[in-house]
Design a protein around this ligand. Structure first.
Ligand SMILES: [Zn+2]
Length: 190
């Protein structure tokens, strides 16, 4: 696998959604319980491998998920960089300069040919995290603002105002709660 260094948003999307599959975050249990869920996750993130994932891959990805969460929860930028550096070293090789489809030069980090699926994901996520620290700053790593949600995420939006780990789910939960609160107030006032 070759990971473009400029495309850190790709690795961040994988990091955010990987962490959001954890039973720590989801009320309905593990979002990556087995092989088919992992295969779907890879397809959703444009991650193609020659061999289909194995049970060992699932186990390793669960471990990686915990490590990634730990990095997003770090208190300082230096800690986040140190954590991501450990991840990239698992399979990352020195960067190479190659032409993209339109002939422009692009920095890419290749991974070792024998890298496991989790090692490749580790490199991709690490490039995402390092890109956030360098380009946007460590304050872009945050906990989810939805009450009771234990999600964490990296915000790569332009404005930097993302509040929820799963915008569709957590944002919606907050809207429903606010709506109910307004209804209750309405009842009291009458
Ligand atoms: Zn959340």
């Amino acid at each position: 696998m070759k990971i473009p260094l400029d495309d850190y948003a790709w690795g961040v999307a994988v990091a955010n959604e990987l962490v959001a599959t954890s039973p720590t975050v989801r009320a309905d249990g593990d979002g990556l319980p087995g092989l088919s869920a992992l295969a779907d996750f890879l397809a959703a993130h444009r991650l193609r491998r020659d061999d289909p994932p194995t049970d060992e891959d699932v186990r390793q990805v669960h471990f990686l998920r915990r490590e990634v969460r730990g990095i997003i929860e770090t208190e300082t930028a230096d800690q986040a960089v140190a954590g991501a550096t450990v991840l990239i070293r698992r399979a990352g090789l020195p960067p190479i300069l190659e032409r993209d489809d339109e002939g422009r030069w692009e920095w890419r980090v290749p991974t070792t040919p024998e890298a496991s699926l989790a090692d490749e994901l580790a490199a991709l996520v690490a490039i995402g995290i390092l890109g956030v620290v360098r380009t946007l700053g460590h304050e872009r790593f945050r906990p989810c603002a939805a009450p009771g949600c234990r999600g964490v995420f990296a915000d790569v939006s332009r404005a930097g105002r993302r509040r929820y780990c799963m915008p569709d789910l957590c944002g919606n939960r907050v809207n429903v709660a606010n709506h109910r609160a307004r209804q209750r107030e309405g009842t009291l006032l009458r």
